[in-house]
Write a new protein. Structure first.
Length: 289
């Protein structure tokens, strides 16, 4: 039986989310608060989902850009249905490099915290999303060595300590896979990032499947360090990946993967530590409750 405390928490989260949709009060105007009934709360409690992730990856790439090696990470996310088709997502992700050796320089320190929120609308034939993410780079965007940023003062984008972006996503289910596209606007550096990709699930046994995927990214002034590379707009990368989700229990899944990052014009002069093309892998334990 669901505890009264948990149901109260669901009521508060859902009420806050629905009130936010109703609009922000302005001078001279009154906004009628949106409430959630006990009956609706029962529905929400049944459908609210929590997920905890923890894992390791031999290299950390984000949108085709290399950040560090030998990272461990943890994440927590919450999904709250607002209606049968609209859901609210909230979450946090923290990653830290355990050991990243830079030849001739020393050990690179890198750690990052991401806080995010999203709204997803399931139209049946496709899912549409609106997302906001805040990034904190504790050792600067490029990491640090002996307390000094690994970035360059000639390229200010490489030394920032925080950023945020807003994104629009589209995912279309096709057979046993998905085709998706996304656009993100970086509020910190006034830049644009586009991505398209696809994945496909191949069942192997009742507890094991293979999920190959591919994506390609394109950036407009998106962390290309144009002051140094002379390039500001172009293709970022191609990533190929094969994951093998293993269902351990009803709620726990172990997900090992292997991937290859191929740097394109906007990345080939920046991804120099591991080279233009890099093969890497990792594993995630995901628990839903």
């Amino acid at each position: 039986m669901t505890s009264k405390l948990f149901k109260t928490s669901v009521l508060l989260v859902a009420s806050a989310a629905l009130s936010a949709q109703a609009g922000t009060p302005t001078s001279g105007k009154t906004v009628v608060p949106v409430s959630v009934t006990e009956e609706a709360a029962d529905y929400l409690v049944d459908e609210v989902g929590f997920s905890f992730d923890a894992g390791y990856e031999s290299a950390y790439y984000f949108r085709g850009l290399w950040f560090s090696n030998n990272n461990v990470f943890t994440g927590l996310s919450l999904s709250v249905p607002l209606t049968e088709k609209l859901s609210l997502g909230l979450g946090a992700l923290y990653t830290v490099a355990v050991d990243t050796q830079i030849a001739g320089a020393g050990n690179l320190k890198y750690s990052e915290l991401d806080l995010f929120g999203s709204l997803t609308y399931d139209a049946g034939f496709a899912s549409f999303g609106l997302a906001y993410t805040n990034y904190t780079f504790f050792d600067t965007f490029s990491g640090s060595i002996n307390g000094q940023t690994f970035g360059s003062d000639l390229a200010p984008d490489s030394t920032i300590t925080g950023a945020s972006d807003i994104g629009f996503t589209l995912s279309v289910p096709i057979a046993d896979g998905n085709v998706y596209g996304a656009y993100f606007y970086d509020l910190k550096i006034d830049a644009h990032y586009f991505e398209v990709g696809a994945d496909y699930t191949i069942p192997v046994t009742s507890w094991l499947s293979l999920v190959p995927s591919a994506q390609i990214g394109y950036g407009v002034d998106y962390y290309s360090y144009a002051e140094i590379t002379g390039r500001s707009t172009g293709w970022n990368h191609v990533r190929l990946k094969v994951a093998a989700p293993i269902q351990i229990t009803k709620s726990a899944t172990l997900i090992p993967y292997i991937a290859a990052n191929f740097s394109l014009s906007n990345r080939e002069l920046i991804n120099t530590v591991e080279g233009k093309n890099d093969l890497y892998g990792g594993v995630t334990l995901s628990v839903a409750f």
